[in-house]
Design a binder for this molecule. Structure first.
Ligand SMILES: Nc1ncnc2c1ncn2[C@@H]1O[C@H](COP(=O)(O)OP(=O)(O)OP(=O)(O)O)[C@@H](O)[C@H]1O
Length: 400
């Protein structure tokens, strides 16, 4: 059975001890033995621990780049995160102003920021280095950035920038004012025309990822952002990995309610697992509720998913009901998973599977895109200060 790294709901993640044969195990072993063998690495990490213990709330800390980085070797608490997270000159960071808190994810904090130079609004995910190392997720973080940098698709949220400070890693993307979960929470079930458009866009996205040999592993409403016209952008590649055709994965990871039975059981599984998650997502958009209620762990969740026969409401068309059945198919070999499966599916009759044509279609949803923040923008001189204290000082009302 693979390692467990599941998220149980919106912005929560549960990690359990790992066993071998997964993407985290060999890496963890690798860098720990590397650490033991190299005194300089130990001292670099110790420095990181010391920094963590002695940090003071909101006290600007000089970034290493204030000193010329010509010193050699580069301190390990910097080099470990290279090249995906390069150092940035302090001046560059001072052009960013925090507009508010977007979400407190399980791994980091997402902030809404204004780039004064570009006069554009971005979302910046901030992850403390110490947590990344403590949880053995260094390789995952680097993979997240490397995969997102590779993305070039109208329905995928591409990477704006990534960099590191002394204590934190930063991932910056364009800001989207709405995510599908918030919209779903507000409106409940969606009309079939909207579901058809969302589904077609997601089919194109998943086919694009899988053709590149990437499995997302966390397709869920919270990770689908909406642009100002209501078209979607898949985001959060924090659990994604490269998996070539024919290869198999074993890590139990994702968000419990969206995880395919073969993922919950510890594999082997492949890209087809993402199509199950799409089935859960479309079922929830259609009915306003999840096909299977959340359980406390993956073992109980597997039992529920295996024995559950998701009842389709009588109100939905046969075509949609068929699509949901064929996505929520227990046997991954019989699950819909190729573009041609969807192109000829009766639910998608007349739908052009072309991103440019889909983007021209109107999304008939009431979307309040006029966001007004209760917060004044805060000049953020040092993105590497103690963000935890800053986040706690913001009242829940000011969550965006
Ligand atoms: N570019 C963005 N614009 C607007 N909101 C965003 C953006 N990026 C992320 N978010 C919001 O922040 C939330 C958390 O982001 P993300 O999933 O990347 O962090 P995470 O630490 O991996 O969270 P979790 O582990 O809970 O999934 C997202 O679900 C989304 O609602």
């Amino acid at each position: 059975m693979g390692a467990v790294s599941c998220r149980q709901g919106q912005h929560t993640r549960v990690s359990a001890p790992q066993k071998g044969g997964n993407i985290q195990g060999p890496w963890a072993k690798g860098w720990k033995s590397f650490w033991c063998g190299m005194g300089t690495i130990r001292s670099g990490l110790e420095e990181l621990w010391v920094l963590q213990r002695h940090q003071e709330p909101l006290q600007p800390v000089p970034l290493p780049l204030e000193k010329p980085l010509s010193e050699w070797p580069v301190p390990q608490f910097i080099s470990l995160f290279l090249p995906e997270f390069p150092m940035r000159p302090v001046r560059g960071q001072q052009e960013l102003k925090i507009l508010g808190l977007v979400a407190k994810g399980s791994f980091g904090t997402v902030l809404k920021v204004l780039d004064c130079a570009q006069k554009a609004v971005f979302a910046v995910k901030v992850m403390p280095k110490i947590k990344v190392l403590q949880r053995d997720t260094l390789r995952q973080c680097k993979e997240e950035v490397s995969i997102q940098r590779q993305m070039n698709h109208p329905f995928v949220h591409s990477l704006g920038d990534s960099w590191q400070g002394r204590r934190h890693l930063f991932i910056m993307c364009n800001y989207c004012c709405m995510d599908l979960y918030s919209l779903w929470s507000a409106v409940g079930g969606f009309p079939e025309a909207s579901i058809r458009l969302f589904a077609a866009e997601l089919v194109l996205v998943l086919c694009y990822l899988h053709d590149l040999g990437i499995i997302h592993r966390d397709v869920k409403m919270e990770n689908i952002l909406l642009d100002e016209r209501g078209h979607l952008k898949l985001t959060d590649f924090g659990l994604s990995r490269r998996l070539s055709q024919g290869a198999r994965a074993y890590t139990i990871c994702g968000t419990l309610q969206y995880m395919a039975p073969e993922v919950l059981s510890g594999g082997p599984y492949n890209h087809t697992a993402d199509w199950w998650s799409l089935g859960v997502l479309l079922f929830s958009l259609t009915t306003g509720k999840f096909p299977v209620a959340a359980e406390r762990d993956h073992v109980t969740m597997l039992a529920s998913v295996t024995h559950c026969k998701s009842e389709m409401p009588a109100s939905i068309t046969q075509e949609l009901s068929l699509l949901l059945h064929e996505l929520l198919c227990q046997n991954p070999l019989h699950r819909l998973r190729y573009l041609h499966h969807f192109q000829v599916h009766p639910f998608f009759r007349g739908v052009p599977f072309d991103p440019e044509l889909l983007k021209k279609q109107p999304v008939n949803l009431v979307m309040d895109t006029q966001y007004t923040s209760g917060l004044e923008s805060v000049p953020f001189k040092d993105f590497d200060c103690d963000l935890e204290s800053w986040v706690h000082s913001i009242s829940a009302d000011s969550l965006l």
